[in-house]
Design a protein around this ligand. Structure first.
Ligand SMILES: [Zn+2]
Length: 309
């Protein structure tokens, strides 16, 4: 890693929300989603319709507390979203999602992880990216709201996917992209910078690699090799992103906060590894997870003196 500029620090910010499935437009935010209860595109459904009594017992308090809302305004590729409304945990479900039961349990897992203290991602550029960095060509907001959010989601999912089984949702999403002849962009494609564009596509590969079936994963690999002239570089980058993530079959429902903290700490380290391999030509500093729980703001000077940054 060359250069002395500091790319990023992670600190805890309690901003519970998840956008599961990719967002078609980077502009879709929690704030842009409908909130009116009487909106005809929104319909509250009972969780009993989807789960057996023993499944609901397993979910504990969430079975009683989560409000499940089918929301017809979610973009086609966003299967669901977890959010809080006036303190009430909401699982928004796209009525067109292929497997609503999967989406509901997925959103409940996000709520539960948030409750255990899962850090939200906060990444900042502390110094200007150097001339040699592709990040110069990219709006930092687009970079963080697009691929970084997606990667952090992927890391979170790697801790509960074994239980939820995401294949049906991801497969349909990627089959649709291939039918359209194009993977949607996380916003880096239009920069015209090849490295940024390759990263955009490599993140897709990581997503389908980790959350799709073997069959569709292979079809996406063939699609990338066929569509992009530097397809094999993209495959290598996608593979190295996947190698940074170590899925773990953990049972968050039976986990205390200390054990959860160990899991979250491992997840943050994986994000750090990914930030190092995407070749921004900048140093990456990831704050200790303990810092995340401090009410004191991080001191940038302290970060610069931290040595191994
Ligand atoms: Zn998710």
């Amino acid at each position: 890693m060359s250069g002395s500029a500091l790319l990023a620090k992670f600190i805890m910010q309690y901003l519970p929300s998840c956008s599961c499935g990719n967002e078609e437009d980077i502009g879709v935010t929690k704030e842009s989603l409908p909130t009116k209860e009487n909106d005809s595109t929104r319909r509250a459904v009972s969780i009993n319709e989807f789960f057996t009594m023993s499944e609901m017992q397993y979910m504990g308090r969430w079975a009683d507390e989560v409000r499940v809302i089918f929301d017809g305004t979610l973009p086609p590729s966003m299967h669901g979203k977890s959010m809080l409304e006036n303190g009430v945990p909401i699982a928004l479900v796209n009525p067109a999602a292929p497997d609503p039961k999967y989406v509901i349990i997925h959103e409940i897992m996000h709520h539960h992880m948030d409750n255990l203290g899962c850090p939200s991602l906060l990444v900042s550029v502390v110094e200007e990216p150097p001339e040699s960095s592709w990040l110069r060509a990219v709006s930092f907001k687009v970079f963080t709201n697009g691929i970084l959010v997606q990667l952090w989601e992927l890391i979170q999912h790697s801790r509960f996917n074994v239980m939820c089984g995401p294949e049906s949702a991801r497969d349909r999403q990627y089959i649709r992209y291939m039918e359209q002849g194009k993977l949607h962009s996380y916003g880096l494609e239009k920069t015209g910078n090849t490295q940024a564009r390759n990263l955009d596509i490599a993140v897709h590969l990581a997503v389908i690699w980790m959350e799709g079936s073997d069959d569709v994963k292979q079809r996406v690999i063939d699609f990338i090799l066929r569509t992009y002239k530097d397809g094999s570089d993209i495959l290598r980058l996608g593979e190295s992103i996947v190698c940074c993530i170590q899925p773990e079959d953990v049972d968050f429902f039976c986990m205390d906060k200390n054990e959860a903290r160990r899991v979250f700490s491992d997840m943050v380290k994986e994000m750090e590894k990914i930030l190092r391999i995407i070749d921004t030509k900048m140093h990456v500093y990831v704050g200790d997870i303990a810092v995340m729980f401090s009410s004191q703001p991080l001191d940038v000077n302290m970060l610069n003196q931290a040595g191994n940054v």
